[in-house]
Design a protein around this ligand. Sequence first.
Ligand code: SAM
Length: 207
Amino acid sequence: MPRVRVHQHVNPLAPYYRQAPMPLDVAAVFERPDLPLHLDVGCARGRFILRMAKLEPDWNFLGIEIREPLVEEANRLADEAESKNLHYAFCNAMLWLDRLLVNIPDALLQMVTIQFPDPWFKKRHAKRRMVNAELVDMIVSKLAAEGKIFVQTDIEPLAEEMFALFKADERLKMIDEIENPFPVKTERELAVESRQLRVYRKSFQKS
Ligand SMILES: C[S@@+](CC[C@H](N)C(=O)[O-])C[C@H]1O[C@@H](n2cnc3c(N)ncnc32)[C@H](O)[C@@H]1O
């Protein structure tokens, strides 16, 4: 099956990506909507949660991605796999994550992963970075008590920026992570690992 071709990056501040998504109805997309929810933000082709959903049938997995064709392809693969605990949503997380999740009961969101988000290296593009103070607030506000956030990247300045944003939130405590705590690696993590690059990781837990 050929991979769907997409732009490598999209500008999240362009008018098309400023449109609000419809709130997600968990009862419509998951067979057991009351299961704890794992959110993977910036999931790209979504292979990480495709595999996690098989390994963890007592969790629901929701991938969020701004590149719409990837979301369509990932949902098609989830349907083909007859996966009942996996769904992908097209959403510009930095602007609209709270609206997408507004109808999800607060206690459900127990795990959030953000793995290798786009660095947008140039200073004039820094505003396009997905992990900003607003995204952190949206995530932490929706996260269940004791819920966790796992963040990793190979780009040191971006890691420092992201960790500082999460650290600044007084509802969170920080946990150092040497290894990825999950049994599955994302496509980007595998690529980085094959080049033997250092990866910066942290977890945060809501108290
Ligand atoms: C470098 S890729 C990493 C993908 C995957 N997490 C991995 O580790 O293999 C970053 C992904 O985040 C997505 N992304 C960037 N900004 C986003 C935003 N504002 N909302 C949702 N997804 C976004 C990109 O389209 C891309 O698929």
